[in-house]
Design a protein around this ligand. Structure first.
Ligand code: 3SK
Length: 518
């Protein structure tokens, strides 16, 4: 790991190093509405920091929740808060009002900064969540008194960073598990720059000449590194896109901005390759691509390299470790594996008896040790103790090592599914299905689609007398989408007479997983 002074502010470092290097006039961001130099970003961050501490009267260590699409407003608020010593909590923009109510209540964030399109989900929470004092609206075409633009107008171009320490809480991300509520994962100031120095610089080879584009959004730990920490750490330029990363939207940015580094997830790479609209090799100037979120199928990787002449560096990270700790390397890519440990991190595989596995081919739980581990889960001692065990962080992923030291994904230790790179709890989907009047019981497992990527499949026992029709299938899918974030809905439904169960009535998911994979 790199040396970080005891008094250290992550935002001050990420912005200040570019001004000190004379990059003030260089472009830091390009979003859907414009381009912003490092000088302009620094001004916005200072204005935000001074407005948070000034007109909003926030104190050091207060929290603000951010539900913000990928525009320059994201780095403005995220870094502005950090510079002010205020703790930003960046949350997934695809969730429900119920999820946001939980996160606001759990975190006791005093302010929510919310993209205009998401305001209807948050407005009813003002008054309902007692600790929420105000909603600031980002990305509005008509900036009113509650807008981020108006708030920034109250701030100053100059702001001295709050006297934070390297070990102080800096920002949170929420991480979900198979049971229980999402956990506020508390990261410290020193971690952001460490992810850039340990992974992005040596593994991707990012430098100030790069133009980077991440289809993974900034609210994910993966996207946050890709589109904020890494480019700012080296003075590169990042392209931001507010809309959903459909192949068409991504192609448009690849053609318009010709990034040199592209960061995606396997589902997106598969659908890009399947699209007739995909740009040609000659239209692009990619020199590096990365994938994370779920294991990249070998076939997708090979087809990408064949088509574009550039490898995808598949890796794995976690919200808890902040970014990638195991990755393939340029010139040494072995598709179908997640590569080898990133220097600066140690990994080990632990068997069911708690013993470390040393032989190749034996699967065990992957545990990681490295300087970017989160400090703890907010208000959750039990889960903190279970996940963060001394220097080791448990991943919940099973891996095995091959004879050459490459790590190969072998599934989850819990029941969680990774769908397009986002965790989905099968239990949550089952509860939503059971809430429908036609459903008696339901069990959800992962099933591979035609690209070998996991999607939720539901096995459903209907109440007596309910007929199986296409209309019922559509209704059940719509019902799940109305209760949960839409990406969680079951892509397939199989109606069964009964679910396989143990003598004590526990659903035997392994039998359903085996059935789903046939
Ligand atoms: O899902 C991953 O592999 C990942 C990668 C980088 C940062 C965070 C995550 C969850």
């Amino acid at each position: 790991s790199i040396e970080i002074p005891r008094q250290y502010n992550a935002a001050d470092d990420l912005i200040g190093r570019n001004l000190a290097a004379g990059r003030g006039a260089k472009l830091a961001y390009i979003d859907d509405l414009g381009s912003y130099s490092y000088d302009e970003l620094a001004r916005r961050v200072n204005r935000c920091a001074s407005a948070l501490r000034g007109s909003l009267a926030l104190r050091q260590e207060d929290r603000i929740l951010m539900c913000v699409h990928d525009t320059v407003e994201f780095p403005t608020v995220f870094l502005g808060a950090i510079k002010a010593g205020v703790i930003p909590i960046a949350v997934n923009t695809l969730l429900t009002a119920h999820d946001y109510e939980y996160m606001l209540t759990d975190s006791r964030a005093r302010i929510a900064v919310v993209s205009a399109a998401l305001l209807p989900l948050f407005q009813p929470l003002l008054g309902k969540v007692p600790t929420l004092e105000r909603i600031v609206v980002a990305g509005t075409a008509n900036p009113g008194p509650d807008s981020l633009a108006a708030l920034l107008d109250t701030g100053s171009d100059q702001f001295d960073a709050a006297p934070t320490l390297a070990d102080d809480a800096c920002f949170w991300l929420y991480s979900s598990g198979s049971t229980g509520a999402p956990k506020g994962t508390v990261h410290i100031h020193s971690s952001l720059i460490q992810t850039a120095e340990l992974y992005a610089r040596p593994v991707i080879g990012i430098n100030e000449g790069d133009v980077v584009f991440s289809a993974a959004k900034l609210f994910f730990a993966y996207g946050l590194g890709n589109g904020l920490t890494f480019p700012l750490a080296v003075g590169a330029t990042a392209v931001l896109m507010a809309e959903r990363p459909t192949p068409a939207a991504v192609f448009e940015r690849l053609r318009r901005h010709t990034p040199t580094i592209f960061y995606g997830v396997p589902t997106l790479y598969a659908s890009m390759l399947a699209s007739p609209e995909c740009p040609t090799r000659a239209e692009m100037r990619l020199r590096a691509c990365t994938s994370a979120g779920e294991a990249l199928p070998e076939e997708i990787g090979k087809r990408w390299t064949e088509r574009f002449g550039v490898d995808i560096l598949d890796g794995i990270g976690s919200t808890e470790m902040l970014h990638i700790f195991l990755s393939n390397r340029a010139g040494n890519v072995r598709y179908g594996t997640t590569g080898k440990p990133v220097p600066g991190y140690a990994v080990r595989l632990i068997d069911d008896e708690g013993k470390e596995i040393s032989a190749p081919g034996e699967p065990g739980e992957l545990q990681i040790s490295g300087p970017t581990a989160a400090a703890y889960y907010w208000n959750n001692r039990e889960k903190t103790r279970n996940t963060f065990q001394g220097p080791w962080t448990r991943s919940g992923d099973k891996y095995q090592m091959d004879a050459d030291g490459y790590y190969v994904y072998a599934g989850r230790s819990d029941d969680m599914l990774k769908v397009s790179g986002i965790y989905v709890s099968p239990i949550e989907v089952e509860s939503a299905l059971i809430a429908h009047e036609a459903v008696l019981e339901a069990a959800v497992v992962g099933c591979e689609d035609e690209d070998k990527l996991i999607k939720p499949k539901a096995y459903i026992v209907l109440k007596p007398g309910i007929a199986i029709t296409d209309a019922l299938r559509d209704e059940l899918k719509a019902h799940v989408k109305s209760l949960l974030a839409p990406y969680k809905y079951p892509r397939w439904m199989e109606f069964v007479e009964e679910l396989p169960k143990t003598a004590t009535g526990k659903i035997q998911r392994f039998k359903l997983r085996a059935a789903a994979s046939r």
